[in-house]
Design a protein around this ligand. Sequence first.
Ligand SMILES: *Cc1c(COP(=O)(O)O)cnc(C)c1O
Length: 476
Amino acid sequence: MKKDRASLELSKETMKEYGNHVVNAIIEHYHTQSNKLPVAMGSREQMDSLFLEEAPEQGTEPLDVLNFVLEKVMTNSTDLSHPKSYSFVPGPSNYISVMADALATGFNIFSGGWVASPAAAELEIITIQWLLKIFGFPQKKGGGIFTSGGSMANLTALTTARRIKCGEDFSKAVIYLSDQAHSSNIKAIRVLGFKKEQIRIIPTDLEFKFAINKLKNCIAKDKLEGLLPFCLIATSGTTNTGTIDPLSELATICKKEDIWFHIDGAYGAAAILAPKGKQLLKGIEKADSLTVDPHKWFFQPYEMGCLLIRNHKHLSHTFTEKPEYLRDIEGNTSEINFYDHGIQLTRRFRALKFYMSLKTYGLKEFRNAITYNIDLAEEVETLLRSSKHWQVVFPATLAIINFRYNPIAKKHSKKELDAINQYISEKVVSSRKALLVTTVLHGKTVLRMCLINPRTTLNDVKETLALCEAFAKDRD
Ligand SMILES: *Cc1c(COP(=O)(O)O)cnc(C)c1O
């Protein structure tokens, strides 16, 4: 390799060789993934000892850097696409979208304004139209935008809700969400500058759904005090249990009270593609705005979130600014500048991966995968119920199941059960053989599996449960 490069360039041969290595490494990873351990662990000291150095003044051979990264970085990162990664919300991903991301980055397409990249803007418009149709939103009036993830989609939604319902003065505005709403919503509310007194966290019922009567009482009380109820955040697929709030009832309340109805479907909305999910998600089409997160259950690689909106003008009213340096890339009114519909100006071309994966696999393959996931969680529930060791704490809901070790043969106190289940999770994770962490439901420490990976088999789950039982027995 020639030294003293001045322009960050490589020869065509080096580029090819390098590119082939990268693609081969990715393919190899996909094909050997299930034989690898999903969990990586490392302290700051260990990572420092691998990577800490001054920014190098002199370069290194390209393949040496690449091999170092493959050996040291990739192996020290937990694999949330692994079939035995059950925790949080996994990201199963898919190969076509991975390659699409490489293309979008390789051509470095600016996905901000129409004139800069009409095809990229058009693909975003079209894929958003597909999603609007899937979710039963109005196609002509509706709109949306792709974001980095669900958190940014929620922030974009709440910014819009505030703008449309409160205008400039939001000092009396009040926002409602349940105690099971995702933490990104609270973060967004804080970013937007609301005070603690403006947030109402409504308790949930035994099934973790919004307690409707408590909500109604709270709204009535706020109105009596001269406050302005302006937004309600429902969840379709809570992160803990997959619970769907009573969407139609909440929609009716919002309509009556002139409240913006936002649904956070980051985790669960994709279930609409499966017949069972569609049934459960009735009412989702009534939202003013809906967060979905394609990098979860639409199988896209990170980062990709999406906000859908009933009236696309609400986005442009909220986010349009007209600086002189952008006037030449505006385009006409049918030609959307996505920088006018959200927070980012320079944006990566996220629509491409969604477009290419849907075109390649067809919606049918997505439907099949999601249906498989929902069925798998139900099979796991049956398995757990037939065992003497396990107790189902919350039934399989949108591919999430919560359970705990609680053997029939032995009576344990609540405290002991919490400790055993915590212990099981710690041992499993530190064995690195599965990512299975706990959550807390009604004060109980439980194990939680989110089974949205189409590569996870019932046998994978059986192996993991056997591992759990072995650890439980040491302790019990
Ligand atoms: C994951 C999740 C989010 C946050 O989305 P990110 O893509 O992680 O930013 C928000 N809400 C719900 C319900 C989620 O499951």
